[in-house]
Design a protein around this ligand. Structure first.
Ligand code: ZN
Ligand code: ZN
Length: 355
């Protein structure tokens, strides 16, 4: 079976035939149907984040069907449709017990090797840029048989990360104003989350006009091209003194600073974007003293086995857009082209599809 492999930052991703192990105790082997190309993968290609162990098999957003289950797996059977969660949930650690399974302490990200190429180990988490993937049953969410996995794969990361940051983590109140810095695959879902929460003003900030158009389609009410004007000042003007919430969905400390600078007293800035490895975020101390808060939101504070299902329900009701987020479909062999499209701001999401 084929897999997309990164050997070192700033080199093209190689798509090669690899070997995959059989499922062991508590594991599920999936045939991948759709895999979203998320910026978090591209961060490893550019070196924004450090590869945990090379060569690394890429991908984390995806959905597929169960091909086989290992010993002890009783809740899934071959043919079941699965949306893979970014996080596995052990159900018994402190964070799982406390309703925060996205930060399960048992399954924090680590590089394992269940795939190999000519006898050499390949490293990965729960990769999706592969024809088949081997994952813990604890990371699988069974979804209804009528779910279109080619599109619903985006629920796995981009959709829940954005919507969850608004409704699970920040708990934006009806009528509140919010600014969204970065209108890519995740930022557009922060905007959708704002619509679900009935936010009053939803201010989209980006440097790419195409993304601001997508933001309008998703329900944003105000638009700022931050290449042309100072977003903090404009947000102050639009909201009459600062937004109630600001979401940083790009992944740069300077934009986190803009997010905290544009919220009003008592407002909250939320870090959603993946920050560069080892870099600090700075804030003006007095800003925090005026009851402003700076918080993070990992994977939308998801409870995957609850949240993925209601997201699909709302999609069926026309209250959440999924298809509109997908700019194009490509085969796995075109992964480098998909990353190039992303780098140039040409797409919201590309989905890799498999035969
Ligand atoms: Zn992602
Ligand atoms: Zn846990």
């Amino acid at each position: 079976m084929k897999a997309a492999i990164l050997y070192a930052p700033n080199t093209p991703v190689a798509v090669k035939e690899v070997e995959i192990d059989d499922p062991q105790e508590g594991e599920v082997l999936l045939d991948v149907v759709g895999a979203g190309v998320c910026h978090s993968d591209y961060h490893y290609v550019t070196g924004h984040r450090t590869i945990r162990k090379a060569p690394m098999v890429l991908g984390h957003e995806g959905a597929g069907t169960v091909r086989a289950v290992g010993p002890g797996v009783r809740e899934f059977a071959p043919g079941d449709k699965i949306i893979l969660s970014l996080d596995a949930m052990c159900g018994s650690c402190r964070n799982c017990s406390n309703g925060r399974p996205a930060l399960c302490e048992t399954y924090r990200p680590e590089a394992v090797s269940r795939m190999s190429l000519a006898g050499e180990p390949l490293y990965h988490g729960r990769p999706t840029f592969v024809e088949q993937t081997l994952v813990q049953a604890d990371a699988c969410v069974k979804v209804p048989d009528d779910t279109a996995l080619e599109s619903a794969c985006l629920v796995s990361c981009g959709i829940i990360t954005g919507i969850g940051a608004v409704v699970n983590r920040a708990k934006v109140e009806t009528g509140a104003s919010m600014a969204v810095f970065g209108c890519g695959g995740v930022g557009l879902n922060v905007i959708q989350g704002g619509v679900l929460a009935s936010a009053g003003k939803i201010i989209a900030v980006d440097t790419v006009p195409y993304k601001l158009e997508l933001a309008e389609q998703m329900g944003a009410t105000h638009f700022i091209n931050s290449a042309q004007e100072d977003p903090v000042q404009r947000i102050m003007d639009i909201t009459g003194g600062g937004a109630d919430y600001a979401f940083e969905v790009v992944g740069f400390p300077s934009i986190v600073r803009q997010a905290i600078d544009c919220v009003r007293m008592t407002g909250t800035a939320v870090v959603v974007g993946v920050q560069p490895q080892g870099q600090d975020v700075t804030v003006e101390g007095f800003h925090l003293l005026e009851d402003r808060a700076l918080i993070g939101a990992f994977h939308g504070a998801a409870r995957p086995r609850v949240d993925f299902l209601w997201i699909l329900d709302l999609y069926k009701q026309g209250k959440i857009m999924i298809d509109e987020l997908i700019s194009r479909y490509r085969p796995l062999d075109e992964i480098n082209e998909a990353f190039a499209d992303m780098a140039q701001g040409k797409v919201a999401r590309t989905v890799l599809v498999f035969d």
